[in-house]
Design a protein around this ligand. Structure first.
Ligand code: GLC
Ligand code: GLC
Length: 812
């Protein structure tokens, strides 16, 4: 069952009922100012950092779901309604939400009045614009009232639920004309304030939530000021500051009126904060508002945003006979990659924005699906991430986007982290050809006195694995590797302890086969970078280490039919036939094989066949089987989840593409594509009532076979699945893979996929690629021509400055 449909021409998902199984959200904003917005206009905004600079307030995990947003109320006689249905939930005569690329549109209609709202964050300015058009579609004149509503967050979202004994006394506002200024804490340590304004004279305003809503059993669903059609002109002092405008609107039959609302973030220099005592210097706000005074201003800014995305989305486009593939590759998968790049794991409807901030491993992986869009931003991100590395090569697991400093409450010791830095850097250099990044001086632990070239950071990443080995010569796992919940050193027995950071969680024995697989993959990419920089000796050393690791993986890391997952702190196998539960895990099967381990000697095929036999379901591949049915102190959080959820035998979508990529490495296009399809939103849309999360983006997890609600998605949007799936479909299945020498084109497709064309912008060139598959093979390039000339192999040699390449590939 569906709750909407894809409108590919407009690159929108059109939601046709407000009553979706869960709030279905979108993200507005490309760089500094961001908003989350649901299909009922719930959500919030922040500037750069969802924890430290939260602009509007949100209540997580509450009932009913999705409370607080940027709402508009229409009062038409005795009827009060919202164009996005909530919070009044007055049934609408018409409802539509169109989530587009960086914008959302809402249309609600009630009793002949239509309200259309377009919300977006314009390029280059720190604000959200809402263009609201009211139309009288009836035959009689109407006198109605429009109320806006946002609730200010007192900046630090972490303090909102924790320190309200203070917060309830600090809220301060200022009102001038149609602009409401939020200036909590501006008197002392802040030099920023927020504004909410509209481009017309208002008939009233409110800034005190209690006065706007009224007390006792009243809330957003039935605010008193709206009910009475009369704003209080309240001036908040402490408690809960809000911003609401009242506009009385007369509409002749057929008439439309449009209003432009701007919710903005402004800063002043420290020594120029005031206009007079206690009165904000409003120059930055005036300048911002001056840019968005008319509908024409807004249309221009909106066109610029659309053009920006048109341009970005021409970097990689495919035209194949499969509409779902075209839709995901050309639109939604790349869009989600941009969002995960911007947000990491900080702000979604499942991540509070006050918790994890930017993840070291997460952001390095997010880069993989983003780097082709804006390589310069990926470059800066790599430097920010590398700056949180320690001198010994380990790294802070997370950092705060505003301060860019590592979070010391979680610290380091996640032993896969160092290698992801190589992954991200290698992807950037292969994409851009820019080796200057490797010479860039980058600090350790943000201490500039300890700066060293980025290449040296990568060496330390590599050596961290070389020098941290356990009894089987496999890499030590530390607090956890990619699987945050496999906590082999922690042994937590008391509620409230962190599974990852409690106790001596970095033992000398527990080992990870998965990190071994990563070491093979990224050790070789490190060696390639060394060669590129002319350091053959270091490249040879790296390759030698990788060769040895391969041998270890095929001995101590091999269980007979699949790769072992790990060795625990007593040196017992995890993910082996010998285990009582959790006998096979997905991660080492996917990663070892995609790294090429066991491809020549047969283990690779065996491991992938075992995955199919033991872990596959209709909704994707489960992370492990059999599920843990009791708590295993020696394994940690993984066994704390009920069977079928999250890391305990859920379908963790992130590592499904690893297996799909591995299948392309062994040339099985049918199986690679079958795996791709199972979690692919465009396919999943058909059973939205089971999947429940947004049908246009990936979720972190789908409940596994052991779960009560098998097939149900959870934690949509912020997941490494976006980047890895884009890598899978664009670089492995469709086969356009950037190398240091040029674009390699080596597709691996299912039977019947047919011919297809791809346009790929790579460095200064545009590559028009035609792939022909006359004999319907799944993999193999029989012939390649570049500008009509036959070229050996399947790498299109890069020529500096060359602008167009006509490439024809014949599979066979
Ligand atoms: C979450 C984390 C990620 C981790 C994964 C598996 O998605 O953000 O870092 O690898 O869970 O535990
Ligand atoms: C990852 C896992 C989650 C775990 C968390 C701990 O996000 O997916 O299950 O609770 O890490 O940090």
């Amino acid at each position: 069952m569906k709750f909407g449909y894809f409108d590919d021409d407009r690159r929108e998902y059109v939601i046709t009922t407000p009553e979706t199984p869960l709030p279905w959200i979108n993200y507005l904003g490309c760089s500094d100012f961001f908003s989350l917005i649901s299909n009922t206009m719930g959500g919030y905004s922040f500037y750069k950092d969802a924890k430290l600079l939260r602009i509007t307030r949100y209540r997580y995990n509450d009932v009913p779901l999705d409370i607080n947003g940027k709402y508009f109320y229409v009062k038409d006689g005795d009827t009060i309604w919202n164009p996005g249905f909530k919070p009044t939930q007055t049934p609408l005569d018409e409802y539509e939400c169109r989530h587009g690329i960086g914008y959302s549109r809402f249309t609600g209609k009630k009793n002949d009045v239509k309200a259309s709202v377009l919300s977006f964050v314009p390029l280059g300015d720190s604000c959200e614009i809402q263009r609201v058009t009211l139309t009288n579609e009836g035959s009689a004149a109407k006198d109605i009232q429009l109320f806006s509503y946002v609730e200010w967050c007192l900046w630090n979202a972490d303090e909102d639920p924790r320190n309200f004994q203070r917060n309830l006394s600090t809220g301060e506002i200022e009102v001038k004309g149609s602009t409401i200024y939020h200036k909590t804490e501006y008197r002392e340590r802040r030099n920023h304030f927020a504004i909410y304004s509209v481009n017309t004279e208002v008939d009233g305003f409110d800034t005190s939530r209690d006065e706007f809503m009224g007390s006792y059993n009243r809330g957003g669903a039935n605010p008193l000021a709206v009910e009475e059609g009369k704003a209080r002109n309240s001036m908040a002092s402490g408690w809960y500051p809000i911003a609401s405008h009242q506009i009385n609107v007369s509409l002749a039959a057929g008439e439309s009126k449009t209003f432009v609302f701007v919710l903005g973030y402004c800063e002043n220099p420290d020594d120029d904060k005031w206009e007079s005592y206690g009165v904000i210097n409003k120059k930055p706000a005036d300048a911002l508002l001056a840019k968005y005074q008319t509908t024409e201003d807004v249309d221009k800014a909106f066109d610029a945003l659309c053009t920006y995305w048109d341009e970005l989305l021409t970097k990689y486009t495919v035209q194949s006979s499969n509409d779902k593939v075209n839709r995901m590759v050309n639109i939604w998968n790349q869009y989600q990659c941009m969002v995960t790049f911007n947000m990491s794991r900080s702000a979604s409807y499942y991540e509070s924005g006050i918790g994890r901030g930017m993840g070291f491993r997460d952001s390095c992986q997010d880069l993989l699906g983003f780097v082709h869009l804006i390589p310069e931003r990926a470059r800066q991100r790599i430097i920010d991430i590398a700056s949180t590395q320690f001198e010994d090569g380990s790294a802070y697991h997370q950092y705060q986007p505003l301060t860019k400093k590592g979070n010391s409450d979680i610290g380091s010791g996640f032993n896969d982290d160092p290698l992801w830095l190589i992954a991200g850097t290698s992807a950037y250099v292969r994409e851009s050809g820019d080796t200057t990044i490797l010479d860039e001086m980058v600090p350790f632990d943000n201490d500039e006195s300890k700066a060293t070239p980025l290449m040296n950071h990568l060496k330390r990443s590599f050596d961290y694995i070389v020098t941290h080995r356990g009894p089987h010569n496999l890499p030590l796992i530390g607090r956890a590797d990619w699987n945050d919940c496999l906590n082999l050193n922690c042994h937590s027995l008391h509620p409230g302890e962190s599974f990852q950071t409690f106790g001596p969680s970095e033992g000398p024995v527990a080992e990870s086969v998965f990190i071994g697989g990563m070491f093979v993959k990224y050790g070789l990419e490190y060696a390639d970078l060394c060669e590129l920089m002319g350091d053959q000796a270091e490249a040879d050393r790296a390759k030698k280490e990788v060769e040895e690791m391969k041998k270890i993986l095929l001995t101590a890391g091999w269980d007979g039919d699949w790769f072992v997952r790990a060795y625990d702190s007593s040196s017992n196998k995890v993910g082996s036939k010998e285990c009582e539960e959790g006998q096979i895990y997905i991660e080492p099967q996917g990663f070892c094989v995609l790294a090429g381990v066991g491809v020549e000697t047969g283990e690779a095929i065996k491991a992938l066949d075992s995955v199919k036999e033991k872990l596959d379901t209709d909704y994707g591949i489960m992370i492990l089987q059999p599920a843990y049915t009791r708590y295993h102190e020696e394994l940690g959080e993984v066994s704390s989840y009920p069977p079928g959820y999250k890391e305990n035998a859920g379908i963790f979508c992130h590592n499904n593409p690893w297996v799909s990529i591995a299948e392309t490495v062994v040339g099985r296009g049918d199986r690679a594509f079958e795996i791709y399809k199972k979690t692919c939103p465009a396919y999943v849309e058909e059973f939205s009532e089971i999947h429940r999360t947004e049908p246009y983006v990936y979720s972190q997890m789908v409940a596994g076979r052991d779960a009560k609600f098998h097939g149900e998605g959870k934690n949509s949007w912020l997941t490494g699945t976006a980047a890895w799936t884009f890598v899978n479909i664009s670089q492995y299945i469709l086969g356009v893979y950037p190398t240091h020498k040029g674009l390699q084109i080596d597709p691996c497709v299912p039977d019947g996929f047919g011919d297809f064309t791809i346009t790929r912008k790579f460095r200064e060139g545009t590559y028009n690629i035609t792939v022909k598959n006359p004999n319907g093979v799944q993999k193999g390039v029989a012939r390649m021509t570049v500008d009509g000339q036959e070229v050996e192999g399947c790498i299109v040699p890069y020529e500096k400055g060359k602008e167009t390449y006509e490439v024809e590939i014949t599979m066979g």
